[in-house]
Design a protein around this ligand. Structure first.
Ligand code: GLN
Length: 449
């Protein structure tokens, strides 16, 4: 927990990084270690934090787990990193991910696979799999992840920790390497709700350098311990119609509902008829935005450059050897869906369905305090078990809606499948982030005692 580390000086941090390295030999959560972390002054002086390697860190290599940025050392800090340092947090390393955060298992890192600390034969989930593994293996109390379609929540579920995606606009994306800008959000991963709240307290709020940030200041500690007696939750009936739902997940979800009822809450089934289009909509919008965002890796400005006979050849060679297969697939897909001939049929239509899904969510959230779902339909798969991307895409079914609607959502460790942990998701209304954490805290208290 965060409070166990407050006051760590540089010598202790140095020792800690050595321990992390030792522990990380079999897990491989980190791409880069900071051998001599700075212990900044502040209320959280010396508390170690791991940062997903698509969030830029001044003077520390930031690779996005891609060959195209393998040797890129940013000249500036992301706003979240700047704020963490100002509060005293010490950056101890950069964690592995699926290349450019495109994936669900960390198997798509251009460098190596990260292993699930709870079963080394299984994936830790993704794309923030390195951050999840580092926290789950107790190498650090907290880590930052990014979530475009579930990349904080799903790995949290697969590794038995908490992972929170804040409301869109609450945390600055300045310095987060852009994947799909209208969906991306940075958020904390930790082993307690309190630690999630403490990090949110530090990183959220208006940032002049990200015009999508909101001018709000929230007290994340307020009401955290209040009970949730009398709250009303909605469960989309479509969850049970989804054929990919694993039986252990379904059973644990029922237990989750029962627990909330025991805590004095009302849980009702509702219908979200457009939910089934979420995955299809996401895999048009996210690649479209990605194809545009990734145009900058052309060998001219920074990152990898492969020499060519002329400019065009240099571009082509750089992008061909710099990007992995999944990233290329998304760039191709996105270029297609944005092309003049197909824009109306795909991108434009997807935007309209996105709005429809979001409106359905907002409607339900007018009458209910939160929407409940499992975080992922299955427990963590074995490394290499899933060969086709489509199976992974479909796994995002429960996490994507919160991104489409800009809603806050948390994955809470709850239930088991064999010896693997499961996660349950709580999705709240726009800017009701504190309420989401309060519900998670109530579950945490009840499930532990
Ligand atoms: N699994 C999703 C994808 O591959 C989500 C990734 C993310 O949230 N960054 O796009």
């Amino acid at each position: 927990m965060i409070e166990d580390y407050i006051g760590f000086d540089e010598k202790r941090l140095e020792e800690l990084v050595q321990q992390i390295k030792e522990r990380d030999k079999e897990i491989r959560a980190f791409i880069t270690y900071v051998d001599k972390p700075t212990s900044y002054e502040g209320p959280f002086k010396g508390v170690p934090v791991a940062v997903k390697d698509n969030i830029v860190t001044k003077g520390i290599r930031t690779t996005c787990a891609s060959k195209v940025l393998e040797n890129y050392v940013p000249p500036y800090d992301a706003t979240v990193v700047e704020r963490l340092k100002k509060a005293g947090f010490a950056i101890v390393g950069k964690t592995n991910l699926d290349e450019f955060a495109m994936g669900s298992s960390t198997e798509r890192s251009a460098f190596f696979v990260t292993r699930n600390p709870l079963d080394l034969e299984r994936v830790p989930g993704g794309s923030s799999g390195g951050s999840a593994a580092a926290v789950a293996a107790d190498m650090v109390p907290v880590a930052l992840g990014s979530d475009t379609g579930g990349s904080i929540r799903q790995p949290a579920a697969f590794t038995g920790i908490f992972g929170f995606k804040p409301s869109y606009g609450l945390v600055s994306r300045y310095g987060l390497v852009a994947f799909a800008s209208s969906l991306d959000q940075i958020g904390p991963m930790a082993r307690s709700v309190k630690d999630i709240a403490l990090v949110m307290q530090v990183i959220h709020g208006k940032d002049e350098r990200d015009s999508t940030t909101l001018d709000v200041k929230i007290d994340f500690m307020k009401d955290l311990e209040e009970d949730i007696n009398g709250m009303k939750f909605a469960v989309p009936k479509e969850i049970f119609e989804y054929e990919g739902l694993n039986e252990d997940v379904a059973n644990s979800f029922e237990d989750f509902v029962k627990l909330l009822e025991k805590l004095g809450c009302k849980v009702e089934r509702v219908s979200l008829p457009s939910l089934k289009y979420s995955v299809a909509v996401y895999y048009i919008i996210a690649p479209s935005e990605a194809s545009s965002n990734l145009a900058r890796y052309d060998g001219v400005r920074y990152g990898l450059r492969e020499a060519g006979e002329n400019l065009r050849e240099m571009y082509m060679k750089t992008r061909n050897s710099g990007f992995g297969e999944e990233v290329k697939r998304r760039i191709l897909l996105g270029t297609f869906t944005l092309s003049a001939a197909y824009y109306e049929a795909y991108f434009y239509k997807a935007q309209r369905v996105r709005r429809k899904i979001a409106n359905e969510l907002y409607e339900v959230l007018k009458d209910y305090d939160a929407i409940l779902t499992p975080t992922a339909p299955v427990p963590a798969p074995r490394i290499g078990e899933i060969k086709d991307e489509l199976t992974y895409y479909l796994m995002d079914i429960f996490t994507i809606p919160a991104n489409l609607g800009g809603l806050p959502a948390i994955s809470v460790p709850f239930g088991r499948s064999g010896n693997m942990p499961l996660g349950m998701q709580i999705i709240g209304g726009r800017l009701e982030d504190v309420k989401v954490l309060r519900i998670a805290r109530a579950v945490e208290k009840a499930a532990i005692s």
